[in-house]
Design a protein around this ligand. Structure first.
Ligand SMILES: [Zn+2]
Length: 361
């Protein structure tokens, strides 16, 4: 698998490809990006580019702006990798004797893991010119482990390369940050995220597009939302809103009661509601599909807010934002939801409960 098959941005691939070609590799790299970024894929691809055994000319150069200037140089002088030589295959199968992937045990790295790594890094590579250590979730280190890692990085062995991966770069010690060559991965373009979701979840383009937009383009969040109950919850909420928009106060009370069993669930309901209200406002704009989040529920959202004044929709939005804060302040969940649904129905919340508003749980 050459660089062209790696699913990350071209700029990152070009930069790493050029580094391999130059032969001037730092001892420590830090790859970071939002949750769900292809950090690990990138790290193993980078390891392949460093250790690939083919000769230039045996595979086509695949990264546009990283052409070999001197064709015919031995090794991986073009910075690319073939994906088919023994080293590339063994890295892909995670059995290369000089490439190691480490991870926390439980919530954090153990000191012993780092000590073992230090011992291994001191030994010569078995097959390749270098040993490569890939540390997944490198932010998951307590002070002692982080200090131990820092010591290893401060006394690098000439044949070892460390690649730290993290989706939480603020969790990395500044002294480690400053020693690392940092590579930041951006979230993939929305189109690519949509394609990936369609392929991995077997869902329609519309559903994948909604997920991608609702997740703010973050692959990790989209993954969570597709596997969890988020979309189901949203659809139940749409059905409920259709009922209560023109319903009686009793129906609103029953609806709030049904959704108030747990605070975390109520929070998700309100977050889904914000997206539906936001879309209700977006539908009043020209060229509105470009602004919609719940693109797969366009028809339902249109009918939901049909006939509502924009003031009322804005009021419902503000009430929902306040309600999220009320949930954090531990106010009674049912009362909070009732206030929100009254606002969605265009009715005063005072009508529904005591003059003091939601009570503390
Ligand atoms: Zn190869």
């Amino acid at each position: 698998m050459p660089w062209s098959d790696v699913q990350v941005g071209d700029l990152v691939k070009e930069a790493l490809c050029r580094l391999v070609r130059s032969g001037r590799l730092a001892g420590t790299f830090l790859f970071y990006g939002p949750p769900g970024s292809a950090l690990e894929e990138l790290a193993f691809a980078f390891a392949s580019a460093i250790l690939c055994e083919r000769k230039v000319g045996q595979a086509s150069v695949s990264v546009a702006n990283c052409q070999a200037e001197t064709p015919g140089l031995p090794g991986h002088a073009d910075g690319d990798f073939c994906g088919i030589c023994r080293a590339c295959r063994h890295i892909r199968e995670r059995i290369h004797p000089d490439v190691f992937a480490l991870e926390p045990e439980g919530a954090f790295y153990k000191i012993d893991t780092l000590r073992t790594m230090q011992g291994m890094a001191a030994l010569l590579p078995l097959e390749a010119e270098r040993k490569i250590f890939i540390l997944r979730q490198a932010d998951r280190m307590r002070q002692e482990a982080a200090n131990s890692l820092l010591k290893i990085l401060e006394e690098p062995s000439p044949h070892s390369i460390f690649i730290l991966l993290t989706d939480n770069v603020t969790g990395i010690l500044p002294t480690i940050l400053s020693r690392s060559q940092r590579v930041r991965l951006s979230p993939p373009p929305l189109d690519r995220l949509i394609e990936n979701l369609m392929a991995s979840k077997g869902i329609s383009k519309e559903a994948a597009e909604s997920l991608a937009r609702l997740a703010g383009g973050q692959p990790g969040r989209a993954e969570e939302m597709s596997d969890g109950t988020w979309m189901e919850r949203r659809d139940r909420l749409i059905a409920l809103l259709e009922k209560i928009r023109h319903g009686s106060r009793l129906e609103i009370m029953h609806g709030s009661q049904a959704l108030s069993r747990d605070r975390a669930g109520a929070r998700e309901t309100l977050e889904a509601l914000l997206s539906l209200i936001r879309d209700g406002l977006a539908l009043t704009l020209p060229d509105n599909p470009a602004f919609l989040l719940n693109i797969d529920r366009r028809k339902e959202i249109r009918s939901l807010w049909h006939g509502a004044e924009s003031d009322q929709v804005i009021q419902a939005f503000e009430t929902t934002v306040d309600a999220l804060a009320d949930l954090d302040r531990n106010l009674n969940v049912q009362n909070v939801l009732e206030t929100v649904f009254m606002a969605c129905a265009g009715r005063s919340s005072v009508e529904s409960m005591s003059p003091k508003g939601p009570q503390r749980a």
